[in-house]
Design a protein around this ligand. Structure first.
Ligand code: 5AD
Ligand code: SF4
Length: 456
């Protein structure tokens, strides 16, 4: 990697001396926390190579780190790409790159080549670690595409430029083996592979030395972490190792598949001083029949039993979830099952999605539901989600809680936005020097899904 980074630096500095200024770059992320973390590596490489970051569309290099979980993610990328064409016309030396999950689909790459021929570099999820070389190839050959079908390589040595100095995501595993029938992730992110615990601990220790107080352990299903290691270890054991790192204050993780959530994990969470009081536990559907068709490997009752067990040990924990409405064959009766679980589980928040057909997945071949009926069902679910989440999240009103101050409020910079351990957002009056600190805040007003509070 080093060799290519050096070559890249030379290429960029030659370009700088020709145009008489520093080159600018824009990194845009679509999708999940994993993509956000990957983008920090893209920006790390570009910064090291000499680029200055910008949000502007007239940058000298633009890269879109794409997502393909639902079709609207793809459409957003095409829309943004179309808007870049005039910029590229004005500045022919501008370079445009695409990477991420969408690029792992052959039909997408074909479409880009046919309809967006001005794109200069295309690569996928499996060779991001090779970004410096891929950039060199692009500058040397003008246009370059390299997509790998799969990989078992785990290489995490790119320079990273973090969005937040005080918090960071960290990949503990890659890929997914679950093949939920609606989901494209196993096809675009490959088979599940875990990083060694020593490597993870070392990376967190160095992040903490660099000022990080909160980390988020990332994986498509963290609950099956470690299964495929030479010396298998459970996710709960990994957490106990992470807990011991001095200076680290908060631990979060995403995402937990309900089928693999162990009693050991519940116990470790309940006794931890650092693991946040929040778990994201995607339900997808409350109907046992639909869950079976989705290949989720739990049912309505076992999901509710899991929630009961979690709340028995941690009564105040926030549980959030993902729900899909409109999976093939879903009837009103099954939507009512989902609504029943939402009411019983009392989620703090639920991300509700309309089912999106993904070519190549088993559900794409099943009989689809009429979009108008789906919309009706979606509205029914959404209104229950909003009502239940509001009722549940209101419990904090009047309490004094710990808040990690994250950034100045966008519309009023005399306010700081932060997060409680439960992941609930809090706005508090205060100056920017609070950013990165964990402070005590009395929650004075509840606004449906976030709080306003005062420093105490
Ligand atoms: N359609 C709609 N939502 C989907 N998700 C995954 N695949 C699809 C799809 N094809 C949702 C799931 C998952 C979240 C990240 O995205 O709820 O938990
Ligand atoms: Fe997709 Fe299911 Fe894997 Fe999550 S667990 S990434 S929903 S296949």
């Amino acid at each position: 990697m080093d060799g290519y980074l050096e070559t890249l630096k030379k290429i960029i500095s030659e370009k700088e001396s020709i145009i008489g200024r520093k080159l600018t770059c824009q990194v845009t992320t679509f999708g999940c926390q994993m993509n956000a973390r990957d983008s920090e590596k893209l920006l790390g490489v570009l910064s090291e190579a000499g680029f200055i970051e910008t949000n502007s569309d007239d940058a000298d290099f633009i890269i879109y780190n794409t997502c393909t979980i639902r079709d609207n993610a793809n459409q957003r990328v095409y829309g943004r790409l179309g808007a870049l064409k005039p910029y590229k016309k004005k500045n022919p030396s501008m370079k445009i790159a695409l990477c991420g999950c969408m690029m792992q689909e052959e039909t997408v790459v074909e479409k880009i080549k046919n309809s967006y021929g001005f794109v200069d570099l295309i690569f996928g999820t499996h060779n991001l670690f090779d970004f410096p070389r891929l950039l060199v190839e692009m500058y040397e050959r003008d246009k370059y595409t390299e997509i790998w079908d799969d990989t078992d390589i785990i290489k995490e040595d790119l320079p990273v430029k973090r969005k937040y100095p005080f918090k960071s995501g960290i990949n503990i595993m890659f890929g997914c083996n679950n093949f939920c029938t609606y989901c494209i992730v196993p096809y675009v992110r490959g088979r599940e592979r875990s990083r060694k615990p020593e490597e993870i601990i070392e990376e967190i220790e160095s992040l903490v030395k660099d000022g990080v107080v909160e980390i988020m352990l990332l994986g498509q299903n963290v609950n099956s972490y470690g299964n495929n290691l030479e010396n298998p270890i459970s996710f709960a054991k990994l957490l106990t190792m992470v807990e011991k790192i001095d200076g680290l204050k908060r631990i979060r993780f995403m995402t937990s598949h309900p089928k693999d959530l162990s009693d050991e994990l519940i116990d470790v969470m309940a006794s931890s001083k650092k693991i946040c009081s929040h778990i994201h536990l995607p339900l997808q559907s409350g109907s046992t029949k639909i869950l079976k068709a989705m290949n989720r490997r739990y049912n309505k009752e076992s999901y509710l039993e899991l929630v009961r067990k979690i709340r028995e040990k941690m009564p105040d924990i926030s549980i959030t979830t993902d729900i899909i409405v409109g999976f093939p064959g879903e009837t009103r009766e099954e939507v009512l099952d989902t609504i029943d679980v939402i009411k019983k589980a009392e989620f703090d928040n639920a991300f509700t999605f309309i089912y999106s057909i993904r070519t190549g997945t088993p559900a794409a071949k099943m009989e689809q539901v009429d979009p108008e009926i789906v919309k009706e069902h979606f509205d029914m679910v959404l209104s229950v989600v909003q009502e239940t989440a509001k009722k549940r999240t209101e419990r904090f009103l009047g309490r004094t809680v710990k808040v990690l101050c994250e950034e100045a409020n966008e519309s009023d910079d005399t306010f700081i936005d932060g997060r409680m351990s439960s992941n609930t957002v809090v706005h508090l009056k205060g100056s920017k020097d609070l950013i990165g600190k964990i402070v005590d805040v009395k929650l004075t007003e509840f606004h449906g899904f976030y709080y306003t509070g005062e420093l105490v």
